[in-house]
Design a binder for this molecule. Structure first.
Ligand SMILES: *Cc1c(COP(=O)(O)O)cnc(C)c1O
Length: 480
């Protein structure tokens, strides 16, 4: 069994094994003609169930053959131009290379004595990101597992900085289309069930700052404490960007922590054409960025940045066996002092390889391409009487629905759109997402693949319209 350990004597097995896996994936990527096979849960479950984990195959080729059956054949492939559903991106090759290196070396970024150069690479990327944001000389931050964890950590710091013992008095303000991790964080942080105040949006799904001003005023009048405002720079559903300068102004006025959730919109940090959409972000106290959304990085790759490094002390605990207090005096950089995690992947290496091979402008160009594509897609939808489109996109998201001319019952329109999405998924021809707007069912394209063309969008719209027609035909049959 020792021959399976990766070490000085097994280089040849390592090379063969990984190469075999890489070859399989490369062949798969080259031959997938649809983002999904349309396999059902019922068809796939028994294939996984029947595998006896106590009977190893003992052989890489056999294990890969089996993996083909249970995973590779029916995986959902984000690199396919007709995968248009969630905030998943196709990944860039330098990042995948980084992934291969980091898992083989297996550094853990909690302490210097488990990562050395890795710690410095992560720190440099944090500084680079903070500088792109414009957070100033005292900024710092740390890589996290994702936007959810980044938001949690930011709100933990905000709670501590509020310096209020009675946490029931704390309030967080976020728009009605902010990410649900804000509410989850509030719960984990022990805040009350009413602690997150939902602020309405304007017709472009951006936080209504007049409503925010009103709620802040009311909060203080009622003797409560405005702990944080979460501005979203790129909402998950619409890609809308809250008015950051106005929100910064209000935060300054009320002495409130400003958190910018740029999990999606962070790609603008490297865009030459659209960086101005983030103006005002430099006034944030903390910022969430998900490189695994708009920097074309593999999951996970995310960070939380803060204006004032000292605020990260709220996540600092010392253990004699790991990061004793004296190491701070010795100036040994232990990233665990800033992180909610302990053992932690060297995800930063993926972004490092990306910047060293492609450069920031290269990533920004890819993100600009998908934003341009969304603008084209919007024109297509706005001119098409079969569809109703919600907001003109600021980033790369389109929310729309079929409005069949023959149907007036809103519940029937809902069913028609739900059916079309399901039928499309089952066909595997394309994958789109769904959401609700004003209580009604809508469909959603999240465009993050520069390989997707306007022709792809048009073709997928035709497919959706076709499934919708089929539903209406069957619905007529049912009625008669
Ligand atoms: C995706 C997303 C998150 C959560 O990020 P994960 O990486 O999925 O944990 C938070 N906020 C916004 C706006 C998002 O789009």
């Amino acid at each position: 069994m020792r021959s399976h350990l990766l070490n000085d004597t097994t280089a040849e097995r390592y090379r063969r094994s990984v190469t075999e896996g890489v070859e399989r994936v490369a062949a798969k990527l080259a031959t997938t003609d649809r983002p999904f096979t349309g396999v059902t849960v019922d068809a796939l479950t028994p294939r996984v169930e029947k595998i006896d984990l106590d009977q190893p195959l003992g052989d890489t080729t056999a294990a890969l053959d089996e993996l083909e059956e249970v995973y590779l054949r029916d995986a959902v492939y984000f690199h396919h131009p007709r995968y248009l559903a969630h905030l998943n991106c196709p990944v860039v090759i330098p990042a995948v290379l980084g992934e291969a290196v980091l898992s083989a070396v297996n550094s853990s970024l909690d302490t210097w004595d488990q990562s050395a150069g890795g710690t410095l690479i992560e720190r440099k990327l944090i500084d680079w990101t903070a500088e792109r944001i414009g957070l100033g000389p005292a900024a710092d931050g740390v890589f996290t597992s994702g936007g959810t964890q980044s938001n949690l950590q930011a709100l933990l710091l905000a709670r501590e900085e509020a310096k209020v013992d009675d946490t029931a008095r704390l309030r967080i303000f976020a728009s009605e289309v902010s990410h649900f991790s804000v509410k989850k964080s509030a719960k984990l942080l022990g805040l009350g069930p009413d602690s997150v105040v939902s602020i309405p949006c304007d017709q472009n799904k951006r936080m209504h700052t007049l409503a925010l001003a009103h709620e802040l005023e009311r909060c203080v009048r009622e003797g409560l404490v405005p702990m944080a405002v979460v501005a979203t720079a790129g909402t998950t559903d619409f890609g809308s960007i809250d008015p950051l300068p106005e929100i910064a102004e209000l935060c300054a006025q009320y002495g409130t922590w400003m958190h910018v959730d740029a999990a999606y919109g962070c790609g603008l940090l490297v865009s030459r054409a659209r960086r101005d959409l983030l103006d005002g972000i430099e006034r944030a106290d903390s910022v969430t960025v998900d490189y695994h959304k708009s920097f074309f990085q593999p999951v996970s790759s995310s960070a939380v940045l803060v204006r004032d490094a000292a605020t990260l002390r709220h996540a600092t605990y010392h253990a004699d066996y790991l990061n004793p207090r004296r190491m701070v005096q010795e100036r040994i950089p232990n990233q665990v002092d800033k992180s909610l995690q302990t053992t932690r992947r060297f995800d930063a290496l993926k972004l490092w390889m990306t910047l060293r091979v492609m450069g920031a402008d290269g990533i920004g160009e890819l993100f600009d391409e998908v934003c341009d594509l969304a603008a084209e897609g919007w024109k297509l939808l706005a001119a098409d009487p079969r569809f109703d489109v919600v907001v003109q996109p600021q980033l790369s998201t389109l929310v729309f629905r079929c409005i069949p001319a023959s149907v007036t019952d809103p519940a029937e329109i809902d069913r028609c759109n739900l059916y079309a999405r399901k039928a499309l998924f089952a066909s595997g021809d394309a994958i789109v997402a769904g959401t609700k707007v004003g209580g009604r069912h809508y469909l959603k394209f999240t465009l993050l693949n520069p390989e997707t063309t306007v022709a792809d969008i048009a073709a997928v719209l035709d497919l959706i319209a076709g499934h919708a027609e089929q539903y209406l035909g069957e619905s007529l049959d049912r009625a008669s």
